[in-house]
Write a protein that binds this ligand. Sequence first.
Ligand SMILES: [Zn+2]
Ligand SMILES: [Zn+2]
Length: 829
Amino acid sequence: MHDSHPHEYDPQAVETTWQRRWDERGTNRTDLAGAGRPFYNLMMFPYPSAEGLHVGNVFAFTGADIYGRFRRLRGDDVFEPLGFDAFGIHSENFALKLGVHPGELIPRNIERFRQQLRRIGLMVDWRYELSTTDPAYYKWTQWIFVQLFKAGLAFRKKGAVNWCPACKTVLANEQVINGYCERHPDVKVEQRVLEQWYFGITKYTERLLANLEQLDWSSSTRQLQTNWIGRSDGAELAFETPGGQRITVFTTRPDTLYGATYMVLAPEHPLVDALATAEQRSTVRAYQRAVAAKDIVSRKVGEKEKSGVFTGAYARNPATGQSIPVWIADYVLMEYGTGAIMAVPGHDERDHAFAMQYKLPIMRVVAGPGQNAASPLPAAEPDIADGHLVNSGEFDGQPWEQAKRAITAKLERQGLARAVVNYRLHDWCISRQRYWGPPIPIIHCDSCGPVAVPEQDLPVLLPYVADTRPDDSGISPLARHEEWYRVACPKCGKLGRRETDVSDTFLDSAWYFLRYPSADRADVPFDAGLTRKWLPVTSYIGGNEHAVLHLLYSRFITMALKDIGHVPFDEPFTRFRAHGTIVKDGAKMSKSRGNVVVPDEYIAKWGADTFRMYLMFLGPYQEGGDFQDKGISGIRRFLDKVWGVVQACRRADVPQVETGIGDERHAGTPARPYAELERLLHRTIRKVTTDTELLDYNTAIAAMMEYVNALREGAPTAALVEPLVVMLAPYAPHFAEECWERLGHSASVMDERWPAFDPALASAGDVELVVQVNGKVRGRLQLPRGAPEEQAVAAAKADPGVRRFIDGNAIKKVIFVQDRLVSLVIEGR
Ligand SMILES: [Zn+2]
Ligand SMILES: [Zn+2]
């Protein structure tokens, strides 16, 4: 048997062999119906770009794959599916650039991706592969639209949108960078008013926010969602005009009402026409026209130079009874609050800048420590608004939070206020005036209005049209094809018109995790039994760049489907971990810098296992690291050493062969006695088990490196080497399979059990260190006597108890007393 094995580690040969065997033996297949301990290990499916797999994809998938393999070795039935998120504007624009139809380009990209993904050795059950562009998939994307439409959660409304004249489509706010298109850095984004399809995600705002507390998610991700939803507690206050109009404003700081010296309305506010005096009317109109030509995002971000005009009208401050001027200005937006504000220039930055520019009165109404009513306001910027009230009549002296409630309550009794909660989150616009997406399954009828396509007529196939180019009219390319859109109304039979917009790519990815276990089923979107068994997703790993769109939309779709009665749970992802990003030689990878790591080249040179392990060794998985070419050979040397130890172990089974590892230096009496190696083995198992569970793959790899170095100084036996090979299997799966076979096993190493450690052996020679965070004891660590500061601090930071108190804050100072204490001082607490 050994004779057919080469003695040198040849990654290409090993990886080719094992990928073939996994296919033949069905090693990566999961018995979905029969699984006893279902563990759904999800990773964010890639968008199959023409450039091929990005190193960031390999980093993300490898980390998720290691975790899935680890759980399988721990006894779970792990399901690890993968597919392709292949609709959308990126593919479509690229196809236009090449002059190829996206329907031809995308399948080619997918095929290339599939080859690359197989090459990196993921434990994917490819029988459940899906692509969002497949009619068998988007049939159900359309079905979900129909369910939401029937439930009143999909509706049309007019809205001001960002329009990129180069993309010729609507952009989401986050695709607009400083007023320019993210894809076209020299094209200014315009504002257009269009009738679009929306999903009523704002009906779920409170639930989306409240559930976040319960989820086992990365705290950074939960924070991003919380900020995105943007709940603010405040009040609506009424300012009356002499003409009898009421201007309602929303403010989070009703306590500053005495300092409101003027008001500002959005130029689009419906009261502007009625308020503008005859003298000011033409100025107001001219300003409104100028603002309409601007994009929304630069209005939101705000320009240094403020602009606005006086309407000529005045309104009464309900607290002071004084008449204050009413202005319009583009820094006030219709979509936030009520489209009108009370301006408090003493304590608000934008109001201050505006008041300075137009010489409007500025007043202090809040005094901080050491200040009083007469303290001057700084000229360059407003004063902080944290303190007690001054210049505020009966409320003087009250802390601002108390005054906020008291002033709101007083005005409420007068019918001039109402406590309200406002959110930053808006309804989800899902219309795209483009070609490459699933047609929205609606037929417009003059008599019946919008009618859902009957479920038995789904999918509404995206027709092949040669001219996929959008034009400047703001309508979809499908709107140029009367032969396609002219159809009978499903209700009354009269001639109707298909909706010619396609749906947003984010809808495709908002439910794909429901589809995987049922990807082979044509009769249902997702099988009820399999859904109950496999969902919610046990573990989801992906990038925080999707924290607010994909993850929020997926949560909303799941909640909506639950309420409609299609799934039995509220939240799709029980546990979510955000991985970090990798840079190259300290800089973000980009084509223009010429520092893009092309995975194929590295895999061809080093093999997938070495590449996988190198990526994981760059830093903590949830933080990322810096890719440097010279580092990769260290991983290869490590695998060569393991290979040597495995070879030595095999020879040790045969009599009259030396007991070293074949290296002359180590022949004869081993430097490391067996008992010591055994203790080190148990310590290593403990470390690798803990770290792999926490996704701290880099320190797990370091522990295995240390162990193999020790093994080389002793006499490796199967009892010492086999556990190492099993622990390596998640990290270097092909390599581990080959070693496992060479150690005399015929079954896959993935069918083994993760090694157990003896706690007594693992902690022999340990000392206990106390961990403090800002002076308070937050944990205790068992570490080998004499462990250096670096190791102790790393262990302290990795401790789940301690981690909770660090909570992502920067560590300002470390105090270390060997074998006794690690004391961390952090900011923000
Ligand atoms: Zn653009
Ligand atoms: Zn009709």
